[in-house]
Design a protein around this ligand. Structure first.
Ligand SMILES: NC(=O)c1ccc[n+]([C@@H]2O[C@H](COP(=O)([O-])OP(=O)(O)OC[C@H]3O[C@@H](n4cnc5c(N)ncnc54)[C@H](OP(=O)(O)O)[C@@H]3O)[C@@H](O)[C@H]2O)c1
Length: 385
């Protein structure tokens, strides 16, 4: 039996993980769940799944969570360190990292240090600290299984050749809701419109990131570290139907694509059952009903974010942490109405320009770069507002 800890179980990915585990049956058991503030949903999940441990990052909600589960024999913890305790727990075989943002870094590292397999949806830790995470995973002989649909697609396609035979990876992007919008209209895009994604139903941060293509920038960095690629080997294509989730080109010219209807339950399930496949929850793909699959080069004039991803992937070191931290501040400010849509990427670029890169950074240096970038980004927001 695989015993699974779901970090971020109340989120969009986390809730899908629970659906998948229920469907997989008795070979898979959720032993721990965690959230930040949605204590009621977390308590319901813990009760329904019969987990051994629960953690809530925001301590303010700990008493309510404890009270809600007081009739059950469940270990209830609070604070960021409670997530790390779950990730290190003896009862856990596999961690699904589905926290949003930098808050997921410490539990991912704790899980790796304790030899747990990590199914990773939470892309920000890989963007911030990909070099360190991959080195620690190697040192501890830990597998990192991608859950992000594009990276799962790359991972699946890579199974049909040797790693040394891969010449290029093509990451697809839906383009988000505004891909056809002229620059003159992009500047007035509201948070409400940005949260309405055409093909994927996701948490707020990743939806806004997708609308301005910062998500794809983060995914370029994520792919660079997960698959040890030279950034020049990573290409992005706009594919509005979100059916081809990514492609891998091999040295003989063969290109392998992974296709499915856009539904996170499939990459989640693949990460949980890997190296096996099981019957899934995702409806069958009927290509004749889809009719057309289209691909286009991204327009980096209207969507300059992508360049920032390549820059962070090429420069490496602490630059990924700066990209990720500045983005978190920018998205939050946009959702609060304190930044305009196009200002998010302007802010990120300015914060990256102001950063002096530290190469092969330690965890402390990564956290310092993250903290400084957040301060710089907040000053930017104050000046702009
Ligand atoms: N959604 C997708 O389809 C999708 C696809 C690919 C990759 N991803 C990636 O997967 C990650 C999760 O995305 P999502 O869309 O599921 O996000 P989401 O819906 O916003 O859920 C985030 C989860 O993280 C928890 N959380 C938030 N802040 C936290 C903190 N400071 N400490 C501990 N836990 C915290 C939330 O708890 P509360 O509910 O209590 O706030 C929630 O359980 C992101 O990195 C995203 O880029 C998502």
């Amino acid at each position: 039996m695989k015993r699974i800890a779901i970090l971020g179980s109340t989120g969009s990915v986390g809730r899908s993980v629970i659906e998948v585990i229920k469907r997989l049956g008795s070979d898979y058991r959720a032993v721990a769940v965690s959230a930040n503030s949605q204590w009621k949903m977390l308590a319901d999940q813990a009760r329904e799944l019969g987990v051994d441990r629960v953690a809530i990052a925001n301590q303010e909600h700990l008493p309510k969570l404890r009270e809600a589960l007081s009739d059950m024999d469940i270990d209830v913890g609070g604070g960021a360190e409670a997530l790390c305790e779950i990730a290190s727990g003896e009862e856990v075989d596999l961690i699904v990292a589905s926290v949003v943002g930098a808050a997921g870094l410490a539990p991912v590292l704790a899980g790796i240090e304790h030899g747990k397999t990590i199914a990773i949806a939470n892309k920000e830790p890989l963007v911030m600290a990909g070099e360190l995470i991959m080195a620690k995973a190697k040192e501890n002989n830990v597998s990192l299984l991608p859950v992000d649909s594009e990276h799962s697609a790359v991972f699946q396609a890579m199974q049909s050749g040797r790693r040394s035979e891969v010449s290029e990876v093509v990451i697809t992007a839906s383009g988000g809701p505004f891909y056809a919008l002229p620059l003159s209209e992009l500047k007035d895009v509201t948070a409400e419109r940005a949260l309405d994604h055409p093909t994927w139903n996701m948490g707020e941060k990743v939806t806004v990131d997708s609308a301005c293509l910062v998500n794809k920038a983060l995914e370029v960095v994520e792919a660079r570290w997960l698959f040890d690629l030279d950034p020049a080997q990573i290409r992005v294509l706009i594919h509005p139907q979100s059916i081809v989730h990514s492609l891998v080109k091999f040295c003989d010219g063969s290109v392998l694509a992974q296709m499915a209807l856009p539904d996170m339950k499939l990459p989640i399930q693949y990460a949980l059952t890997y190296p096996e496949r099981r019957n899934g929850l995702t409806p069958d793909l009927d290509l004749s009903a889809i009719g057309q699959l289209t691909f286009a080069e991204p327009d980096t004039g209207r969507f300059p974010a992508l360049r920032l991803g390549y820059r962070a992937a090429e420069v490496g070191g602490s630059m990924g942490a700066v990209l990720s931290a500045a983005d978190e501040v920018a998205v939050e400010a946009f959702l609060q109405g304190r930044l305009k849509f196009l200002q998010m990427v302007e802010l990120i670029e300015d914060v990256m320009n102001a950063h002096s890169v530290v190469h092969s950074p330690s965890l402390d240096q990564i956290l310092a770069a993250d903290g400084e970038a957040r301060e710089e980004a907040r000053r930017w927001v104050s000046r702009a507002h």
